[in-house]
Design a protein around this ligand. Structure first.
Ligand SMILES: Cc1ncc(COP(=O)(O)O)c(C=O)c1O
Length: 383
Protein backbone atom coordinates (compact mmCIF):
# COMPACT_ATOMS: atom_id res chain seq x y z
CA UNK A 1 0.00 0.00 0.00
CA UNK A 2 1.55 3.34 -0.91
CA UNK A 3 1.62 6.36 1.39
CA UNK A 4 -1.29 7.99 -0.44
CA UNK A 5 -3.53 4.95 0.00
CA UNK A 6 -2.68 4.75 3.70
CA UNK A 7 -3.59 8.39 4.22
CA UNK A 8 -6.85 7.67 2.47
CA UNK A 9 -7.82 5.08 5.09
CA UNK A 10 -7.17 7.27 8.14
CA UNK A 11 -10.12 7.13 10.56
CA UNK A 12 -12.36 10.18 10.22
CA UNK A 13 -14.36 11.83 13.00
CA UNK A 14 -18.15 11.73 12.69
CA UNK A 15 -18.30 15.31 13.99
CA UNK A 16 -15.04 17.29 14.12
CA UNK A 17 -15.24 19.42 17.26
CA UNK A 18 -11.45 19.78 17.28
CA UNK A 19 -11.54 21.60 13.93
CA UNK A 20 -14.03 24.09 15.34
CA UNK A 21 -11.84 24.52 18.42
CA UNK A 22 -8.89 25.39 16.14
CA UNK A 23 -10.99 27.92 14.26
CA UNK A 24 -12.17 29.58 17.47
CA UNK A 25 -8.54 30.00 18.52
CA UNK A 26 -8.02 31.63 21.93
CA UNK A 27 -11.50 33.26 21.98
CA UNK A 28 -13.11 30.45 24.00
CA UNK A 29 -10.17 30.19 26.40
CA UNK A 30 -10.38 33.93 27.01
CA UNK A 31 -14.14 33.76 27.53
CA UNK A 32 -13.69 31.00 30.12
CA UNK A 33 -10.86 32.95 31.76
CA UNK A 34 -13.20 35.95 32.18
CA UNK A 35 -15.65 33.76 34.09
CA UNK A 36 -12.84 32.34 36.20
CA UNK A 37 -11.86 35.92 37.01
CA UNK A 38 -15.31 37.20 38.02
CA UNK A 39 -16.33 33.93 39.76
CA UNK A 40 -20.08 34.31 39.12
CA UNK A 41 -20.38 30.68 38.13
CA UNK A 42 -24.16 30.55 38.55
CA UNK A 43 -26.36 33.07 36.68
CA UNK A 44 -23.35 35.22 35.86
CA UNK A 45 -23.61 38.11 33.37
CA UNK A 46 -22.83 35.88 30.39
CA UNK A 47 -26.10 33.99 30.93
CA UNK A 48 -28.29 37.06 30.46
CA UNK A 49 -26.09 38.20 27.55
CA UNK A 50 -26.49 34.81 25.88
CA UNK A 51 -30.26 34.79 26.42
CA UNK A 52 -30.56 38.15 24.76
CA UNK A 53 -28.34 37.07 21.82
CA UNK A 54 -30.28 33.82 21.34
CA UNK A 55 -33.63 35.60 21.41
CA UNK A 56 -32.37 38.10 18.81
CA UNK A 57 -30.96 35.30 16.69
CA UNK A 58 -34.28 33.49 16.31
CA UNK A 59 -36.74 36.34 16.77
CA UNK A 60 -38.30 35.06 19.99
CA UNK A 61 -39.35 37.46 22.75
CA UNK A 62 -37.73 35.35 25.46
CA UNK A 63 -34.86 32.86 25.56
CA UNK A 64 -34.40 31.08 28.87
CA UNK A 65 -31.11 29.22 29.16
CA UNK A 66 -31.20 25.96 31.09
CA UNK A 67 -29.24 22.86 31.93
CA UNK A 68 -30.06 20.58 28.98
CA UNK A 69 -32.37 20.05 26.04
CA UNK A 70 -34.30 17.58 28.17
CA UNK A 71 -34.93 20.20 30.86
CA UNK A 72 -35.84 22.69 28.12
CA UNK A 73 -38.64 20.28 27.17
CA UNK A 74 -39.54 19.47 30.74
CA UNK A 75 -39.89 23.06 32.00
CA UNK A 76 -42.80 24.12 29.72
CA UNK A 77 -44.68 20.89 30.56
CA UNK A 78 -44.24 21.69 34.25
CA UNK A 79 -45.28 25.30 33.68
CA UNK A 80 -48.46 24.15 31.95
CA UNK A 81 -49.26 21.82 34.85
CA UNK A 82 -49.30 18.74 32.63
CA UNK A 83 -49.52 15.55 34.69
CA UNK A 84 -51.46 12.33 35.27
CA UNK A 85 -54.53 11.89 33.07
CA UNK A 86 -53.06 14.07 30.32
CA UNK A 87 -51.90 12.90 26.90
CA UNK A 88 -49.07 14.56 24.98
CA UNK A 89 -48.65 13.67 21.32
CA UNK A 90 -45.09 12.94 20.12
CA UNK A 91 -43.58 11.28 17.07
CA UNK A 92 -42.36 7.69 17.49
CA UNK A 93 -39.24 8.32 15.41
CA UNK A 94 -37.17 10.59 17.67
CA UNK A 95 -34.64 10.55 20.49
CA UNK A 96 -36.21 9.18 23.67
CA UNK A 97 -36.01 12.51 25.55
CA UNK A 98 -39.05 13.77 23.59
CA UNK A 99 -41.32 11.20 25.26
CA UNK A 100 -39.26 10.89 28.44
CA UNK A 101 -40.24 14.36 29.66
CA UNK A 102 -43.91 13.49 29.13
CA UNK A 103 -43.59 10.27 31.10
CA UNK A 104 -41.66 12.07 33.87
CA UNK A 105 -44.53 14.54 34.21
CA UNK A 106 -46.92 11.66 34.87
CA UNK A 107 -48.74 12.23 31.58
CA UNK A 108 -48.99 9.65 28.80
CA UNK A 109 -46.99 10.01 25.57
CA UNK A 110 -49.23 9.08 22.62
CA UNK A 111 -47.10 8.14 19.63
CA UNK A 112 -47.77 9.38 16.12
CA UNK A 113 -46.13 8.24 12.90
CA UNK A 114 -43.79 10.36 10.79
CA UNK A 115 -43.47 11.44 7.17
CA UNK A 116 -40.80 9.43 5.32
CA UNK A 117 -39.45 12.37 3.33
CA UNK A 118 -38.87 14.72 6.29
CA UNK A 119 -38.56 12.17 9.16
CA UNK A 120 -40.96 14.47 11.07
CA UNK A 121 -44.40 13.96 12.61
CA UNK A 122 -47.07 13.26 10.01
CA UNK A 123 -49.89 15.78 10.61
CA UNK A 124 -52.56 13.19 9.73
CA UNK A 125 -51.16 10.72 12.24
CA UNK A 126 -50.89 13.55 14.79
CA UNK A 127 -54.60 14.27 14.28
CA UNK A 128 -55.40 10.58 14.76
CA UNK A 129 -53.24 10.49 17.91
CA UNK A 130 -55.38 13.24 19.47
CA UNK A 131 -58.48 11.14 18.72
CA UNK A 132 -56.79 7.99 20.09
CA UNK A 133 -55.94 9.80 23.33
CA UNK A 134 -59.56 10.88 23.77
CA UNK A 135 -60.84 7.38 23.04
CA UNK A 136 -58.60 6.12 25.85
CA UNK A 137 -60.12 8.61 28.27
CA UNK A 138 -57.02 10.80 28.37
CA UNK A 139 -57.11 14.58 28.04
CA UNK A 140 -54.86 15.79 25.21
CA UNK A 141 -52.81 18.67 26.66
CA UNK A 142 -49.98 19.38 24.19
CA UNK A 143 -48.25 18.33 20.98
CA UNK A 144 -44.48 17.96 20.78
CA UNK A 145 -43.33 17.98 17.16
CA UNK A 146 -39.63 17.32 16.60
CA UNK A 147 -37.56 19.01 13.88
CA UNK A 148 -35.44 15.93 13.39
CA UNK A 149 -31.90 15.97 12.02
CA UNK A 150 -32.10 19.77 11.69
CA UNK A 151 -35.11 20.00 9.37
CA UNK A 152 -38.34 21.77 10.45
CA UNK A 153 -41.58 19.82 10.76
CA UNK A 154 -44.73 20.93 8.91
CA UNK A 155 -45.43 23.75 11.36
CA UNK A 156 -48.44 25.25 9.58
CA UNK A 157 -50.29 21.94 9.52
CA UNK A 158 -49.40 21.32 13.15
CA UNK A 159 -50.48 24.81 14.21
CA UNK A 160 -53.88 24.16 12.59
CA UNK A 161 -54.31 20.90 14.55
CA UNK A 162 -53.17 22.56 17.76
CA UNK A 163 -55.61 25.45 17.23
CA UNK A 164 -58.50 23.11 16.42
CA UNK A 165 -58.00 21.31 19.75
CA UNK A 166 -56.80 24.32 21.74
CA UNK A 167 -53.46 22.66 22.51
CA UNK A 168 -50.08 24.33 22.88
CA UNK A 169 -47.23 23.21 20.62
CA UNK A 170 -43.93 22.52 22.35
CA UNK A 171 -41.43 22.32 19.52
CA UNK A 172 -38.51 19.95 20.14
CA UNK A 173 -35.82 21.81 18.22
CA UNK A 174 -32.99 20.07 20.09
CA UNK A 175 -31.36 19.23 16.74
CA UNK A 176 -32.47 22.22 14.74
CA UNK A 177 -31.74 25.59 16.31
CA UNK A 178 -30.77 27.86 13.40
CA UNK A 179 -33.20 26.27 10.90
CA UNK A 180 -36.14 28.16 9.41
CA UNK A 181 -39.66 27.50 8.19
CA UNK A 182 -41.28 29.87 5.68
CA UNK A 183 -38.76 32.57 6.51
CA UNK A 184 -39.20 32.30 10.30
CA UNK A 185 -36.54 30.85 12.55
CA UNK A 186 -37.36 27.91 14.80
CA UNK A 187 -37.83 29.33 18.26
CA UNK A 188 -40.40 31.83 17.02
CA UNK A 189 -43.05 29.40 15.74
CA UNK A 190 -44.51 27.37 18.62
CA UNK A 191 -45.95 28.43 21.99
CA UNK A 192 -42.64 27.15 23.38
CA UNK A 193 -39.55 25.76 21.67
CA UNK A 194 -36.80 23.73 23.31
CA UNK A 195 -33.26 23.35 22.06
CA UNK A 196 -30.15 21.50 23.23
CA UNK A 197 -26.56 22.68 23.42
CA UNK A 198 -25.17 19.14 23.81
CA UNK A 199 -21.66 19.31 22.26
CA UNK A 200 -22.62 17.41 19.09
CA UNK A 201 -25.59 19.67 18.31
CA UNK A 202 -25.23 22.32 15.58
CA UNK A 203 -24.80 24.95 18.32
CA UNK A 204 -23.16 23.01 21.13
CA UNK A 205 -21.38 23.95 24.33
CA UNK A 206 -18.68 22.02 26.18
CA UNK A 207 -21.04 20.08 28.44
CA UNK A 208 -24.81 19.95 28.85
CA UNK A 209 -27.02 22.93 28.13
CA UNK A 210 -30.28 23.98 26.55
CA UNK A 211 -32.75 26.82 26.13
CA UNK A 212 -36.48 27.45 25.96
CA UNK A 213 -37.89 30.09 23.60
CA UNK A 214 -41.30 31.69 23.88
CA UNK A 215 -43.20 34.91 23.19
CA UNK A 216 -45.45 34.29 26.20
CA UNK A 217 -44.40 36.59 29.09
CA UNK A 218 -46.22 34.61 31.78
CA UNK A 219 -44.78 31.31 30.57
CA UNK A 220 -41.27 32.78 30.50
CA UNK A 221 -41.63 34.06 34.07
CA UNK A 222 -42.89 30.68 35.28
CA UNK A 223 -40.02 28.82 33.55
CA UNK A 224 -37.44 31.21 35.03
CA UNK A 225 -38.84 30.42 38.47
CA UNK A 226 -39.02 26.66 37.83
CA UNK A 227 -35.38 26.45 36.73
CA UNK A 228 -34.37 27.76 40.18
CA UNK A 229 -36.44 25.52 42.48
CA UNK A 230 -39.66 27.42 41.81
CA UNK A 231 -38.30 30.49 43.58
CA UNK A 232 -40.53 33.50 44.20
CA UNK A 233 -39.48 37.12 44.61
CA UNK A 234 -37.69 35.93 47.70
CA UNK A 235 -35.51 33.03 46.63
CA UNK A 236 -36.03 31.28 49.96
CA UNK A 237 -39.80 31.38 49.55
CA UNK A 238 -40.58 28.78 46.86
CA UNK A 239 -43.84 29.40 45.03
CA UNK A 240 -43.66 26.33 42.75
CA UNK A 241 -42.12 22.88 42.96
CA UNK A 242 -39.16 23.30 40.62
CA UNK A 243 -35.77 22.01 39.56
CA UNK A 244 -32.10 22.97 39.52
CA UNK A 245 -32.03 23.54 35.78
CA UNK A 246 -29.79 26.56 35.15
CA UNK A 247 -27.13 26.87 32.45
CA UNK A 248 -23.63 27.29 33.95
CA UNK A 249 -22.04 30.67 33.31
CA UNK A 250 -18.98 28.98 31.78
CA UNK A 251 -21.20 27.29 29.18
CA UNK A 252 -22.93 30.60 28.39
CA UNK A 253 -19.53 32.23 27.85
CA UNK A 254 -18.53 29.43 25.45
CA UNK A 255 -21.84 29.65 23.58
CA UNK A 256 -21.48 33.41 23.12
CA UNK A 257 -18.23 32.80 21.23
CA UNK A 258 -19.70 29.94 19.22
CA UNK A 259 -22.79 31.94 18.30
CA UNK A 260 -20.53 34.46 16.51
CA UNK A 261 -19.45 31.85 13.96
CA UNK A 262 -22.75 29.94 13.89
CA UNK A 263 -24.27 31.69 10.81
CA UNK A 264 -21.15 30.92 8.84
CA UNK A 265 -21.21 27.31 10.07
CA UNK A 266 -24.81 26.93 8.92
CA UNK A 267 -23.75 28.01 5.42
CA UNK A 268 -20.92 25.45 5.52
CA UNK A 269 -23.28 22.69 6.68
CA UNK A 270 -25.58 23.45 3.76
CA UNK A 271 -22.64 23.32 1.36
CA UNK A 272 -21.68 19.88 2.67
CA UNK A 273 -25.30 18.68 2.41
CA UNK A 274 -25.58 19.91 -1.18
CA UNK A 275 -22.39 18.06 -2.16
CA UNK A 276 -23.63 14.84 -0.55
CA UNK A 277 -26.93 15.15 -2.44
CA UNK A 278 -25.09 15.71 -5.70
CA UNK A 279 -22.78 12.74 -5.12
CA UNK A 280 -25.32 10.23 -3.81
CA UNK A 281 -28.84 10.99 -5.06
CA UNK A 282 -28.67 8.35 -7.80
CA UNK A 283 -27.78 5.58 -5.31
CA UNK A 284 -29.74 6.29 -2.14
CA UNK A 285 -32.70 8.36 -0.96
CA UNK A 286 -31.10 11.63 0.12
CA UNK A 287 -32.76 14.15 2.46
CA UNK A 288 -34.08 17.41 1.04
CA UNK A 289 -35.07 20.61 2.76
CA UNK A 290 -38.36 21.64 1.13
CA UNK A 291 -38.86 24.91 -0.71
CA UNK A 292 -40.20 26.43 2.47
CA UNK A 293 -37.62 25.21 4.99
CA UNK A 294 -33.93 25.45 5.65
CA UNK A 295 -32.09 22.79 7.64
CA UNK A 296 -29.04 23.00 9.87
CA UNK A 297 -28.19 19.38 9.04
CA UNK A 298 -27.54 18.16 12.58
CA UNK A 299 -27.38 14.82 10.77
CA UNK A 300 -27.09 13.97 7.10
CA UNK A 301 -29.25 10.87 6.92
CA UNK A 302 -29.72 8.83 3.78
CA UNK A 303 -31.99 5.82 3.29
CA UNK A 304 -31.17 2.39 1.89
CA UNK A 305 -33.44 -0.64 2.04
CA UNK A 306 -32.15 -3.68 3.96
CA UNK A 307 -29.67 -5.35 3.68
CA UNK A 308 -27.83 -2.54 1.85
CA UNK A 309 -27.86 -0.15 4.82
CA UNK A 310 -25.96 -2.48 7.16
CA UNK A 311 -23.60 -3.60 4.38
CA UNK A 312 -22.74 0.05 3.72
CA UNK A 313 -22.06 0.73 7.41
CA UNK A 314 -19.67 -2.25 7.55
CA UNK A 315 -17.89 -1.29 4.32
CA UNK A 316 -17.38 2.30 5.46
CA UNK A 317 -16.19 1.24 8.91
CA UNK A 318 -13.51 -0.91 7.25
CA UNK A 319 -12.31 2.23 5.47
CA UNK A 320 -12.20 4.38 8.60
CA UNK A 321 -15.45 6.21 7.85
CA UNK A 322 -17.87 6.30 10.80
CA UNK A 323 -21.64 6.22 10.38
CA UNK A 324 -24.50 6.18 12.88
CA UNK A 325 -28.02 4.79 12.92
CA UNK A 326 -30.45 7.35 14.29
CA UNK A 327 -32.65 5.55 15.28
CA UNK A 328 -32.45 1.78 15.09
CA UNK A 329 -35.59 1.46 17.22
CA UNK A 330 -38.57 3.79 17.18
CA UNK A 331 -39.91 4.57 20.66
CA UNK A 332 -42.57 1.85 20.48
CA UNK A 333 -39.75 -0.75 20.20
CA UNK A 334 -37.87 0.55 23.26
CA UNK A 335 -38.57 -1.13 26.62
CA UNK A 336 -39.42 2.11 28.41
CA UNK A 337 -42.00 3.23 25.83
CA UNK A 338 -43.41 0.04 24.37
CA UNK A 339 -46.66 0.41 26.31
CA UNK A 340 -47.36 3.93 25.06
CA UNK A 341 -50.61 4.26 23.12
CA UNK A 342 -50.18 4.59 19.37
CA UNK A 343 -52.25 6.62 16.91
CA UNK A 344 -54.77 4.62 14.88
CA UNK A 345 -53.06 3.50 11.70
CA UNK A 346 -49.95 2.46 13.61
CA UNK A 347 -46.35 3.46 12.98
CA UNK A 348 -45.42 1.83 9.66
CA UNK A 349 -43.19 4.68 8.49
CA UNK A 350 -41.27 4.90 11.78
CA UNK A 351 -40.72 1.14 11.65
CA UNK A 352 -39.47 1.29 8.07
CA UNK A 353 -37.17 4.27 8.67
CA UNK A 354 -35.54 2.44 11.58
CA UNK A 355 -34.41 -0.21 9.09
CA UNK A 356 -33.34 2.18 6.35
CA UNK A 357 -31.62 5.22 7.87
CA UNK A 358 -27.89 5.77 8.06
CA UNK A 359 -26.23 9.05 9.00
CA UNK A 360 -22.94 10.13 7.42
CA UNK A 361 -20.18 12.32 8.84
CA UNK A 362 -21.53 15.89 8.91
CA UNK A 363 -19.99 19.04 10.32
CA UNK A 364 -19.04 22.50 8.99
CA UNK A 365 -15.35 21.60 8.69
CA UNK A 366 -15.76 18.62 6.35
CA UNK A 367 -13.56 19.78 3.48
CA UNK A 368 -14.11 18.77 -0.13
CA UNK A 369 -11.19 16.32 -0.30
CA UNK A 370 -12.39 14.39 2.72
CA UNK A 371 -15.99 14.53 1.61
CA UNK A 372 -15.01 13.21 -1.82
CA UNK A 373 -13.28 10.29 -0.09
CA UNK A 374 -16.53 9.53 1.78
CA UNK A 375 -18.67 9.83 -1.35
CA UNK A 376 -16.28 7.64 -3.36
CA UNK A 377 -16.26 4.98 -0.62
CA UNK A 378 -20.07 4.96 -0.53
CA UNK A 379 -20.28 4.69 -4.31
CA UNK A 380 -17.80 1.82 -4.30
CA UNK A 381 -19.69 0.01 -1.53
CA UNK A 382 -23.03 0.40 -3.27
CA UNK A 383 -21.81 -0.37 -6.80
C1 LIG B 1 -34.74 15.28 19.48
C2 LIG B 1 -34.06 15.47 20.80
N1 LIG B 1 -34.78 15.90 21.85
C3 LIG B 1 -34.22 16.12 23.05
C4 LIG B 1 -32.88 15.92 23.27
C5 LIG B 1 -32.33 16.12 24.63
O1 LIG B 1 -31.29 17.05 24.70
P1 LIG B 1 -30.17 16.94 25.84
O2 LIG B 1 -29.28 15.80 25.51
O3 LIG B 1 -29.47 18.26 25.78
O4 LIG B 1 -30.88 16.74 27.13
C6 LIG B 1 -32.08 15.49 22.21
C7 LIG B 1 -30.63 15.26 22.41
O5 LIG B 1 -30.02 14.43 21.83
C8 LIG B 1 -32.68 15.25 20.94
O6 LIG B 1 -31.96 14.83 19.90
Amino acid sequence: MNQHARLDERPLPFIDLAAQRRRLGPAVDEAIARVLAHCQFIQGPEVAELESALADFCGARHAIACSSGTDALRLPLMAWGIGPGAAVICPAFTFCATAEVVALSGATPVLADVDASTFNIDPESCRRAVATAKKLGLTPRAIIPVDLFGLPADHDALAAIAAAHDLPLLDDAAQSFGASYKGRMLGSLARATATSFFPAKPLGCYGDGGAVFTDDDALAARIKSLRVHGEGVDKYDAVHVGLTARLDTVQAAILLEKLKIFPDEIVARNRVAARYAEGLADLAIVPRAGNESTSVWAQYTIRLAPPRRDALAAALKARGIPTAIYYAKPLNRQAAYRDCPVADGGLPVSERLAEEVISLPMHPYLDEVVQDRIIAAIRRALA
